[in-house]
Design a binder for this molecule. Structure first.
Ligand code: CAO
Length: 241
């Protein structure tokens, strides 16, 4: 590789210098290694979350007084667990010439903090309901923002989800959090016309961006994973099947 360009920017106009924060330095080095060493591919798809969002809003209204609030991300964590059960190579890590398949379901989620990106982990997400996952996520995200996450709370994930849904955007290409082999990126849902066989109807569509490690996963499996994940969000009853 060519050396990094060394430029005296002050020649072109006024500049100021700022030290990169500790978290940025750590996450930057990790992201760089993952980007360079993992052959990434990203598949995009959409999930119809019209009914699920209506249910979520209704549930939160019913539980308003008790302070319970469930988030779309919590449903996605449960959908990820079901998809990982169906496609175990997405819950795996490369170890030399072996693939380590995990029989546990710890799911990381990207949290935006003033100091930079952190990825707290919901442990044993398969054994938790949507309310509990939402509560744990809120606690972990707060700890992340306050700089109080313990290393154990950021380790052990088998798969991660990065949601920009609360902010915006359509699709992006998330970087896999090594030694995981896949990550689901989601953006902001919006009402879009969908053909129901007779006419266009307004449906709430959630953009999905699944990045996967091509050493472990192939494109057909990734397309099937996205389809299955989207089908679960379209009708969460499928999770019980
Ligand atoms: N589509 C539309 N609206 C969405 C949405 C989606 N996919 N996801 C969330 N929203 C809405 C929610 O409805 C919520 O509104 P209500 O108060 O009415 O419920 C609002 O956005 C705020 O959501 P939130 O972002 O605070 O909560 P969350 O559970 O979706 O996410 C967390 C929590 C911690 C993941 C988020 O705060 C965060 O940090 N996101 C950034 C992650 C990130 O940086 N990823 C990039 C990594 S690569 O650099």
């Amino acid at each position: 590789l060519l050396p990094w360009p060394k430029i005296d920017f002050a020649k072109f106009g006024p500049v100021e210098r700022k030290e990169l924060g500790r978290i940025k330095k750590i996450s930057g080095a990790n992201l760089h290694r993952n980007w360079v060493l993992i052959p990434h591919v990203t598949n995009h798809d959409d999930a119809d979350i019209t009914e699920l969002e209506a249910f979520r809003v209704q549930f939160n209204k019913e539980n308003d007084k008790s302070g319970i609030k469930v988030t779309m991300l919590a449903f996605m964590i449960r959908a990820a667990v079901a998809a990982l059960r169906k496609f175990p190579e997405f819950n795996a890590s490369i170890d030399g010439e072996q693939l380590v398949l995990k029989n546990y379901f710890h799911i990381g989620f990207a949290a935006d903090t003033p100091n930079g990106l952190m990825v707290p982990v919901i442990r044993d997400a398969d054994q938790k309901g949507i309310v509990q996952i939402s509560q744990e996520m809120a606690e972990l995200a707060k700890k992340a923002r306050d700089g109080k996450l313990a290393p154990a709370e950021m380790s052990g994930a088998g798969f991660s989800i990065s949601s920009l849904g609360g902010i915006g955007g359509r699709y992006f290409t998330p970087i896999i959090n090594a030694p995981e082999v896949a990550i689901m990126g989601v953006c902001k849902s919006r009402l879009e016309p969908q053909w129901d066989g007779k006419q266009f109807v307004p449906r709430l569509m959630l953009p999905l961006s699944l990045s996967w490690d091509h050493r472990v996963i192939d494109g057909a499996a990734a397309a099937r994973f996205n389809l299955y994940f989207a089908s679960l969000l379209a009708d969460m009853r499928r999770i019980m099947m």
